[in-house]
Write a protein that binds this ligand. Structure first.
Ligand code: HEC
Length: 146
C-alpha cells in the first residue's frame, strides 16, 4: 500500500514537472518572439519616418507605383546592398564617375535624384527595411496611410 502511494506520488511529481517545463519553455519562446517583433516594429517606424522626411516626395510610399521617380518595391533584390547605400548617399557622384546602373537610370529620363550624405548605415537599413515591408503589405492589399 505505501509502495503504491509513493509510486503515485512520484508519477504525480513527474507530471507536474513536465507541465511546468512545457509551460515555461513555451512562455520563453513567446517572449523572445515578442521582443523580435517589437524591434522589427521600431525599425519599421524609424524607416517610415525617414522615408517620409526624405524620399516620399518623389518615390511612392506604397512602393509599387511610379511617381516622379521609380517605384522602390523589390529594389533590395534588384541591387546590391553596397551599391544601394552608396547610391542613396551620392547618386550624383556615382553618375558622374560613370557607374553603369546610375547611367542607365539617367538615360531613362527621370529627373535627377538628390544625394543624402547624412544618412548613416542604421538609417539606410531602416529605410530599406521599411521599403520592402511596405511593398509586401501593398502586395497583400493593405492600403497606404497618408
Ligand atoms: C527629388 C526626388 C527624389 C527624392 C527626394 C529621392 N529620390 Fe530616389 N530617385 C529619384 C529619381 C528621379 C531616380 C531615378 C534615377 C535618376 O535619374 O537619378 C531615383 C532613383 C532611386 C533609386 C534607384 C532605383 C533603382 O531602380 O535602382 C533608389 C534606390 C532611390 N532612388 C532611393 C531613394 C531613397 C532611399 C530616397 C530617400 C532617402 C530617395 N530615393 C529620395 C528621385 C528622388
Amino acid at each position: 500500500m505505501t509502495k503504491k502511494i509513493i509510486l503515485f506520488g512520484l508519477l504525480f511529481l513527474l507530471a507536474v514537472i513536465a507541465l511546468l517545463y512545457f509551460f515555461f519553455s513555451d512562455g520563453n519562446r513567446t517572449t523572445t518572439e515578442k521582443k523580435v517583433t517589437q524591434v522589427q516594429n521600431e525599425v519599421y517606424q524609424r524607416g517610415e519616418q525617414l522615408f517620409e522626411n526624405n524620399c516620399s516626395s518623389c518615390h511612392y510610399k506604397g512602393m509599387d507605383k511610379v511617381m516622379t521617380a521609380p517605384a522602390l518595391g523589390g529594389v533590395t533584390k534588384r541591387r546590391d546592398k553596397r551599391w544601394l547605400y552608396r547610391y542613396t548617399r551620392n547618386s550624383i557622384g556615382m553618375y558622374k564617375s560613370g557607374d553603369s546602373i546610375a547611367k542607365q537610370l539617367r538615360s531613362e529620363n527621370w529627373g535627377l535624384m538628390p544625394s543624402f550624405p547624412q544618412l548613416n548605415n542604421t538609417a539606410l537599413e531602416a529605410i530599406y527595411y521599411f521599403v520592402e515591408q511596405r511593398y509586401e503589405m501593398t502586395q497583400k492589399g493593405i492600403p497606404v496611410k497618408e
